[in-house]
Design a protein around this ligand. Structure first.
Ligand code: FES
Length: 162
């Protein structure tokens, strides 16, 4: 582990001790600091606190807010609840995966510009199918509409195409 990374973890550890923080707070701080929860960081913390790594992973897997791998600059969230599913979410996902050149279970583009995620009903069934890009909600999306709506986010669009 790099010295700088360890120093950042030390700061989080100090907060943990000073404020009698819990695992959730620690993981939130790690994620805020590094963009995701690195395996190395969990191991470091586990050794330092004598809390088994399984406790950390239990929390990470329980809460969808935690991510074990780096995420892209833009997060595309496709609702896959029943109504969105029936109204075409699978087609939207398939088209987006093509456009972003995501293969298999890949969620994040190679240039780290996008991460594509699926969620259950986001509570906007009347405008299904729903896609959220960062904080912006796009309702009644077809695969083609969504590709169009993604263009402004695609600063590196051409490099994705090459
Ligand atoms: S199922 Fe997608 S918003 Fe409800």
């Amino acid at each position: 582990m790099e010295k700088k990374q360890e120093e950042r973890l030390e700061t989080i550890y100090q907060n943990f001790v000073d404020n009698d923080d819990n695992i959730i707070t620690v993981l939130q701080e790690i994620q805020n600091e590094f963009g995701y929860v690195e395996k190395e960081a969990v191991e470091w913390f586990s050794q330092k606190t004598y809390i088994p790594t399984s406790k950390f992973y239990g929390v990470i897997t329980f809460y969808s807010q935690f991510h074990l791998s780096p995420r892209g600059k833009n997060i595309i969230t496709v609702c896959c609840g029943t109504v969105c599913h029936v109204k075409g979410a699978p087609k939207v996902i398939s088209k987006l995966k093509d456009e972003l050149k995501l293969k298999g279970d890949d969620q994040t583009t190679r240039d780290m510009l996008f991460t594509l995620e699926k969620v259950n009903c986001v509570g906007a069934c009347s405008i299904a199918p729903v896609v959220i890009v960062n904080d912006k909600v796009f309702g009644k999306q077809s695969a083609e509409k969504m590709v169009k709506n993604l263009k402004p986010y695609q600063e590196n669009y051409q490099s994705l195409k090459n």
